[in-house]
Design a binder for this molecule. Structure first.
Ligand SMILES: C[S@@+](CC[C@H](N)C(=O)[O-])C[C@H]1O[C@@H](n2cnc3c(N)ncnc32)[C@H](O)[C@@H]1O
Length: 236
């Protein structure tokens, strides 16, 4: 399904393209991407998302805004029995993920190379066991806060899409964004913060894979926050 900018108030992502792709990445975009691209035509979305992957997977995870794909590729390599859908509209980021996938030969990744809002609308409740939103664009100006990908109405969607006991992982080095995300997440009755002590949000979980933006933030001396929320049991 193609992006239809008219059905949304505005774009949430920054740029769509960057520097021209070098020949090897261009080739991967032409040859590898079509084989793993997620087709969002409703008749092509399997009821069980696990069917998207050639080898059996236990659960499906979603990473929104994977940037250069470093985290996604490492998680896919370390967790071959999970399927991961990555969503990213920035062409150069998608090309970077293709390079990682080509290098490590994983088969458990599918890519939606467009705005996540299209995907969110079409997925069935309880589709994902985990959702990663890592160092999303902070949109620091208050007139742009509505573009943030973690806010009241998107959190309702993330809670809908998570399986019972599933986890939403949010990380950011932007204090204002962390505060507003935490406030909205705590307001959602279907999600529960898993932190018991400050180290639980100051330190990345043990199965973490560092992202490019996380590295940049740490190099500047900024301390990211790592928020983990569990989807509560649905009542029967
Ligand atoms: C600041 S970058 C962080 C990238 C990566 N997660 C990292 O930590 O290195 C935020 C990414 O989110 C993507 N993004 C923004 N809005 C999006 C949307 N509506 N759907 C999917 N991705 C989006 C951007 O294209 C960008 O690559």
């Amino acid at each position: 399904m193609a992006t239809n900018e008219n059905d949304t108030d505005q774009r949430w992502y920054g740029r769509r393209t960057g520097k021209p792709l070098r020949a090897s990445r261009k080739r991967l975009m032409e040859e590898l991407l079509p084989t793993i691209r997620l087709d969002l035509e409703p008749e092509n979305i399997p009821i069980d998302l696990k069917m998207l992957f050639p080898n059996p997977v236990r659960e499906v995870w979603l990473e929104i805004g994977f940037g250069g794909g470093e985290h996604l590729a490492e998680q896919a390599e370390k967790n071959p029995d999970f399927g991961i859908i990555g969503c990213e509209p920035f062409v150069n980021g998608v090309a970077s993920l293709m390079k990682h996938i080509d290098a490590n030969g994983v088969t458990n990744v599918r890519v939606y190379d467009d705005d996540v809002r299209h995907l969110l609308k079409l997925m069935a409740p309880a589709s994902f066991e985990r959702i990663f939103i890592l160092f999303p664009d902070p949109w620091p100006k208050s007139r742009h806060h509505r573009r943030r990908i973690v806010k009241d109405e998107t959190i309702v969607e993330y809670a809908r899409l998570l399986k019972d006991g599933g986890e939403l992982r949010f990380a950011s080095d932007h204090q204002g964004y962390v505060s507003s995300a935490l406030r909205f997440l705590l307001q959602n009755n279907n999600l529960q913060w898993t932190a018991r002590r400050s180290d639980d949000w100051r330190i990345a979980p043990p199965d973490w894979a560092e992202t490019r933006y996380e590295q940049k933030a740490k190099a500047k001396g900024d301390a990211p926050a790592y928020l983990r929320f569990e989807r509560k049991q649905r009542s029967i």
